[in-house]
Design a protein around this ligand. Structure first.
Ligand code: GDP
Ligand code: IMO
Ligand code: MG
Length: 435
């Protein structure tokens, strides 16, 4: 029986971790957010309401569950307070029965945010950081010159006063829950390929968002974890700089597109219908940029935190196998399968070509990765709208075959397939219940 489950991002983030945590939360007692800060943006859709969480764990809308922000995180006190206030305005009561914060998490200070400003700091711009002060805050932590949040709340600011009652020794509490047989989810933020050690350095975040970092980041030993699940989109996206072997179109083309709000406005117009129809036609030729744009538009691929258009590409098996190894994955969750509709052909990158040689291991040398050209295996796609499918059997045959191929090539089973942002658009495969 699985009682402790790590949910980790398998790609470059935004795989739908928030949605999956929320969908699993009904069967859990507590959820722990272990790494990163408000560089994360986790979307949870409950009926007609969309919540975007940056620091608060994605279980917060469920009644009677404990949400924990643990020691591995970096906290911007004002951002956390405003997240709490937004929830309070929506009718939630936030007390230490619902949300607790580790006293040993570190504080993002004004100076950290000033330093990590992509418009004034060339390094932040090159990496494409979220500009939230994440890197500088972790630098101070590692340099032993940071301010722990337990220390910060001793101050007299409004945010210090608001957060103080929520500050606890979370590692002892989490271990106590586990020892008492409670079900605990560990909510990954960022993702494996953004890991400071295992990701595409230097184009990474400043923490260890993979399974190992989740343990250190929560104070839970490896023998207490029953299962580790990786969340992957049915394709792949990246926001920020860095190599991306299966990218469709260029970063510059993506950046030159309309903003998320402009697209939202356009979406209901007749002009959009026409543009969309011709985009589908173009995406079914060898126009790679059109394929990437179709993924971006159908998947609404705009950053939850920064609103930036996300770079898009075909699923990368080489990178997924690497993520499976680094995290010791028990199974995969495949999200956004619905976004692949309207492609006559879908592609999987099964190897890279680097300097004329076929490579199947994910290169750790960034210069090698920058040269990697994808070697694809193509499969027939599907036109059907699959957003109301309730089982594997209800998916079109070609979608079923795509999932089977993913399992076969990655060498790990798929446990859940997501076909839309809502809770009930979550298909748990037969015999693969996670909790
Ligand atoms: P996270 O950072 O991993 O939690 O992911 P984000 O919330 O940043 O981005 C995922 C986006 O995809 C959000 O807008 C979700 O509402 C949405 N989403 C999640 N699962 C699905 C799915 O299966 N299909 C579609 N169409 N959207 C999904
Ligand atoms: P969730 O949890 C996608 C990326 C940034 C940038 C790099 C470094 O929503 O999946 P940072 O501000 O962390 O120093 O930026 O990491 N990044 C993310 N990309 N999803 C995230 O979180 C991310 N958090 C950081 O875009 O490339
Ligand atoms: Mg996100």
């Amino acid at each position: 029986m699985v009682r402790t489950l790590i949910i980790v991002g398998g790609q470059w983030g935004d795989e739908g971790k928030g949605k999956i945590i929320d969908a699993l939360m009904e069967k859990a007692d507590a959820v722990v957010r272990c790494t990163g800060g408000n560089n994360a943006g986790h979307t949870v859709v409950v009926d007609d309401t969309t919540y975007k969480f940056h620091l608060i764990p994605s279980g917060i809308t469920h009644e009677g569950k404990l949400n924990i922000i643990s020691n591995g995180t970096v906290i911007d006190p004002d951002v956390l307070c405003s997240e709490i206030e937004t929830l309070e305005k929506s009718g939630f009561t936030i007390t230490d029965e619902k949300l607790i914060i580790s006293s040993t998490a570190h504080t993002i200070l004004e100076k950290h945010k000033k330093e990590d400003n992509p418009t004034t700091n060339a390094h932040s711009k090159k990496i494409g950081t979220t500009g939230r002060g994440i890197g500088p805050a972790y630098c101070d932590k590692i340099n032993r010159s940071g301010v722990r949040i337990g220390e910060f709340v001793q101050g007299s600011s409004d945010s210090a006063k608001k957060l103080k009652p929520l500050i606890k020794d979370t590692a002892t509490i989490v271990n106590g829950l586990i020892d008492n047989g409670k079900t605990v989810l560990f909510e990954g933020a960022q993702a494996t390929l953004l890991d400071i050690d295992h990701g595409t350095y230097p184009y990474v975040t400043s923490s260890n968002p993979s399974a190992g970092g989740i343990l250190t980041g929560s104070g839970v030993g490896p023998t207490k974890i029953d299962s580790v699940v990786g969340v992957f989109k049915a394709y792949i996206t990246r926001v920020g700089g860095g190599p991306f072997a299966t990218e469709l179109g260029t970063d510059e083309q993506t950046k030159s597109e309309e903003s998320a709000s402009q697209l939202k406005e356009k979406r209901s117009s007749e002009e959009y219908e026409k543009e969309f129809t011709s985009l589908i036609a173009a995406a079914n030729t060898d126009d790679e940029y059109a394929q990437g744009r179709l993924l971006r538009m159908q998947g609404y691929e705009y950053g939850t935190t920064t609103n930036r258009p996300r770079r898009t590409g075909w699923f990368d098996i080489v990178a997924a196998k690497y993520a499976a190894m680094i995290n010791g994955l028990s199974s995969m969750v495949i999200t956004k399968l619905d976004v692949l509709s309207n492609f006559k052909e879908v592609k999987l990158c099964v190897a890279y070509e680097i300097d004329g040689k076929k490579v199947t291991d994910f290169p750790l040398d960034i210069a090698q990765l920058e040269k990697a050209k994808p070697i694809y295996e193509s499969m027939p796609g599907w036109d059907d709208d699959i957003t109301s499918a309730k089982s594997f059997a209800e998916l079109p045959k070609n979608a079923q075959n795509y999932l089977k191929k993913l399992e076969e090539l990655c060498g790990i089973p798929i446990s859940i397939v997501s076909v839309g942002p809502a809770r009930d658009q979550t298909i748990v495969l037969d015999g693969k219940t996670l909790l």
